[in-house]
Design a binder for this molecule. Structure first.
Ligand SMILES: Cc1cc2nc3c(=O)[nH]c(=O)nc-3n(C[C@H](O)[C@H](O)[C@H](O)COP(=O)(O)OP(=O)(O)OC[C@H]3O[C@@H](n4cnc5c(N)ncnc54)[C@H](O)[C@@H]3O)c2cc1C
Length: 417
C-alpha cells in the first residue's frame, strides 16, 4: 500500500461496522484461500500426523516455509487484514481490537500457510517497538514486520543468564551516535531466518544489575553478527547461538532510556508469556478431541483411568485458555495483567506433561519404535519437545515463585548473596 492508501485505510476504518468488516473479511478469505476441516472434526488416519512442538526443518525447508508465510502475509496485509488494530501512522488499520478477533476467528476456518515464523516478531518485538521505539524505528520496521517483509527474533538469554536475565553480560558501549555491541546470546529461536532482533545489553556495569541495561533493535545482517544453529533432542535446529563482535547500532535504534531497559524487557516478556500461555491455540497444541480419537483408535477409550486422564487434560486446557483470556481482557482495557499470565503458562505446560503421560500409556512401545502406524510414533516429537516449553518464556519453577509470592502472599525468595 502507498502512504495515501494507508491513510485512506485509516479514514475508512472509522466508518466500517463490525458486520460490514466481517462480510469483507469473509469475502477476502473466500477469494484467497480454501476452507479447512475444523480442528474438532479431526479424523484419525487422515492428513499429516505430526504433533511436534518445535519446528523440525532443514535450512531449505525453513526458506520454503518462509516464502509461503511471506506470500500470505503480504496478501492479507495489502487487503487490509495484516494489522487490523494497529495505528494507521505505522501501517495499521486503526480498528478496535474486536475487529482483530473477528478476523482471527474467521481466518481459523481456512487453510492458510503457517505464520509461526512471525510469532516472536509480531507477538513480542513489535509491541515493544510500538511502546518504546523511536519514531525512526517505528517507521522503519513496524509496517514491514506486519506485512511479513521482515522477521524478528528475541536476543535476551545468554549462556549464564536465563531466569536471572538481569545478570546478562553482553556489552554495548557508546561511540558518538552509535553503540558498539559485543557478546553472546543463546537459545535465540528463529535467528537463522531473522532480519532484525531485539537485544538487551549491559550499558553501565557500575549500576545495580537491573538498572545498567539498555535495549536496541539490531540488524541481524550487520557485519559482526554470526548465527550458529543448535541441534535439539528432537533432531531439529530451530534455535541458535548468536555472536556479536563490534556490531554497530545507531542510537536511534535504542529502545527506551539508556540504562532503562527493565520496563522494555518486561513489555516483551509479558507478551511472550501471553503468546505461549494462550491455551491450545497459543502454541498449536493438539486438541483434547485429537487425544480422544487416539484413545479410540487404539482401543483404550473405555479404560476408566484413561478416561480420567482425558477429562483432566480437557479441564486444564480450558483453565489455561480462560486464564489467558482474563489477562487479555485486562490488557484490552489498558490494565497490566498480574500473575494471570504466569498461571496460564504454568497450566498449559502442566497439561503438556499430562498429555505426555496419557500418550505414553495409550501408545506404549510404538512411541519409541516406528511401527508405521499412523499417529503413533509421530507423538515422540511432542514428548521430546514438551520439556522445552516448560523452560521457554519463564521456567515452571520461576513461575511457581511468582505465583507463591504474588498470589499466595508467601515470603519473598531470598536474594542471592
Ligand atoms: C524452546 C525454547 C525457545 C527459546 N527461545 C528463546 C529466544 O527466542 N530468545 C531468548 O532470549 N531466549 C530463548 N530461550 C531461552 C529461555 O528464555 C531460557 O532457557 C530460560 O529463561 C531459562 O534460562 P536458562 O536456560 O539459563 O536456565 P536457568 O535460568 O539457568 O535455570 C536452570 C534451572 O534452575 C531453575 N531456577 C532458576 N532460577 C530459579 C529460582 N529463582 N528458583 C527456583 N528455580 C530456579 C530453573 O527453573 C531451571 O530448572 C528459549 C528456550 C527454549 C527452551
Amino acid at each position: 500500500m502507498t502512504d495515501a492508501a494507508v491513510a485512506s485505510h485509516g479514514d475508512a476504518a472509522a466508518a466500517v461496522t463490525p458486520e460490514q468488516f466481517e462480510r469483507d473479511a469473509r469475502a477476502f478469505l473466500d477469494a484467497s484461500a480454501s476452507r479447512r476441516t475444523p480442528r474438532e472434526d479431526f479424523v484419525w488416519g487422515e492428513g499429516p500426523d505430526s504433533v511436534g512442538l518445535l519446528p523440525e526443518r532443514t535450512p531449505d525447508q525453513d526458506q520454503a516455509d518462509l516464502e509461503r508465510a511471506r506470500a500470505w502475509a503480504r496478501t492479507a496485509f495489502d487487503a487490509g487484514f495484516g494489522w487490523i488494530s494497529g495505528p494507521p501512522a505505522y501501517g495499521g488499520r486503526g480498528l478496535p481490537r474486536e475487529y482483530q478477533r473477528i478476523y482471527s476467528t474467521l481466518a481459523g476456518g481456512y487453510d492458510l500457510p503457517s505464520q509461526a515464523v512471525y510469532g516472536i516478531g509480531l507477538g513480542m518485538v513489535a509491541p515493544t517497538i510500538l511502546d518504546h521505539g523511536t519514531e525512526e524505528v517505528k517507521q522503519a520496521y513496524l509496517r514491514r514486520m506486519y506485512r511479513g517483509d521482515i522477521v524478528a527474533c528475541q536476543l535476551f538469554s545468554e549462556p549464564s543468564s536465563g531466569s536471572d536475565l538481569a545478570s546478562l553480560q553482553s556489552r554495548a558501549v557508546r561511540d558518538g551516535d552509535e553503540w558498539v555491541i559485543t557478546g553472546q546470546k543463546v537459545w535465540t529461536s528463529g535467528a537463522q531466518v531473522s532480519d532484525i532482533g531485539e537485544i538487551i545489553c549491559r550499558t553501565d556495569p557500575d549500576q545495580p544489575k537491573h538498572r545498567g541495561l539498555t535495549g536496541f533493535v539490531v540488524d541481524m545482517h550487520a557485519p559482526g553478527v554470526e548465527v550458529r544453529p543448535l541441534r535439539q533432542m528432537t533432531g531439529g535446529a530451530s534455535f541458535n547461538e548468536v555472536f556479536f563482535t563490534d556490531v554497530r547500532v545507531p542510537d536511534s535504534h535504542r529502545l527506551g532510556e539508556v540504562n532503562g531497559c527493565w520496563t522494555v524487557a518486561l513489555t516483551t516478556l509479558m507478551n511472550e508469556r501471553a503468546a505461549i500461555g494462550g491455551g491450545s491455540g497459543g502454541v498449536g497444541l493438539p486438541t483434547p478431541a485429537r487425544l480422544v480419537q487416539l484413545a479410540r483408535a487404539l482401543g483404550r477409550s473405555e479404560d476408566p483411568l484413561i478416561r480420567q486422564q482425558l477429562a483432566a487434560i480437557f479441564i486444564h486446557d480450558r483453565v489455561a485458555s480462560y486464564t489467558n483470556l482474563r489477562a487479555m481482557a485486562k490488557i484490552a482495557v489498558g490494565q497490566l495483567p498480574g500473575p494471570e499470565l504466569s498461571l496460564a503458562k504454568l497450566s498449559l505446560t502442566a497439561n503438556m506433561t499430562r498429555t505426555s503421560d496419557l500418550v505414553s500409556s495409550v501408545i506404549g512401545p510404538a512411541l519409541v519404535a516406528d511401527t508405521g502406524t499412523w499417529g503413533t510414533y509421530a507423538w515422540s516429537e511432542f514428548l521430546l519437545g514438551a520439556p522445552g516449553l516448560r523452560i521457554a518464556g519463564g521456567t515452571d519453577e520461576v513461575l511457581r515463585n511468582i505465583i507463591g509470592e504474588r498470589v499466595l502472599g508467601l515470603p519473598k525468595e531470598p536474594a542471592p548473596k
